[in-house]
Design a protein around this ligand. Structure first.
Ligand code: ZN
Ligand code: ZN
Length: 246
């Protein structure tokens, strides 16, 4: 199974990264709908797609407004957007308020209430995270592989979500800050390097790829990769358009 990281920053895009949108072309799944959504068309393989939103903060939903072009250029028959009811309501009420964006693209809103079946005998489950306004993480399982996407949360090895991601082959986890800004991470409901690596070690995942990197940081190593690898060696920094097999 392949996942492509279309956007690996949070808050706003910069010259290196767009805001979150991850695509699994073989099963038509998108995780989040940030500014990277405009890139998804070149990867689509299915006539229908399912978009799962972690929460309704604008860096994760703004790309829903781009669905007109995505649907038209790639002849999508159907788009389903899955999220908790309060996030779907916020998108309807605010993102598609007539003064902001007067016409809603054609998609069906689906309330998350339990596992969702995925193509290839898989399923997606979700669990709550610690973030201002809330957020959910996703775990995707197939009979022979698994991954989890955890963003917009404070990280801690003893956090309740850690058991939900136990043993996944691939963990995409946010790491907005390096350890030098750990206090900012706590204040803003985000993560810093050491706790993220500790989460990966505690959960016994196969591989950790860091996403939702602070857009103010444009360098190759914005978070202190050696610090993470000292705790969890199989750590990489995600980059836009990175393709991962799991
Ligand atoms: Zn975010
Ligand atoms: Zn957020």
């Amino acid at each position: 199974m392949k996942i492509i990281l279309l956007g690996t920053t949070g808050y706003h895009p910069n010259d290196r990264r767009h805001t979150p949108c991850m695509v699994l072309p073989e099963c038509g799944v998108l995780l989040d709908a940030g500014t990277a959504m405009y890139r998804v068309g070149r990867y689509l393989q299915t006539p229908e797609i399912d978009v799962f939103l972690t929460h309704a903060h604008v860096d994760h939903v703004i790309g829903l407004t781009y669905l007109f072009d995505v649907a038209r250029d790639h002849r999508l028959n159907h788009v389903r957007v899955h999220a908790l009811p309060e996030y779907l309501a916020a998108v309807d009420r605010h993102l598609f308020a007539s003064a902001l964006f007067p016409k809603k693209p054609p998609f069906e809103s689906r309330v998350l209430h339990g596992p969702v079946a995925l193509a290839g005998d898989g399923d997606l489950s979700y669990f709550p995270l610690d973030h201002q306004g809330g957020s959910v993480g996703f775990r995707l399982d197939w009979p022979d592989r698994s991954m989890a996407y955890v963003t917009d949360t404070t990280a801690a090895a003893d956090a309740p979500y850690v058991e939900k991601i136990a043993g996944v082959d691939l963990l995409l986890h946010e790491c907005y800050y390096g350890d030098d800004e750990a206090d900012w991470a706590k204040q803003t409901g985000h993560s810093s390097t050491t706790p993220v690596a500790q989460v990966a070690r505690q959960a016994g995942v196969g591989r950790l790829v860091l996403v939702h990197i602070n857009p103010r940081r444009l360098e190759d190593d914005p978070i202190g990769l050696n610090v993470a690898r000292a705790i969890f060696p199989k750590t990489e920094i995600g980059e836009d358009l990175m393709e991962l097999e799991f």
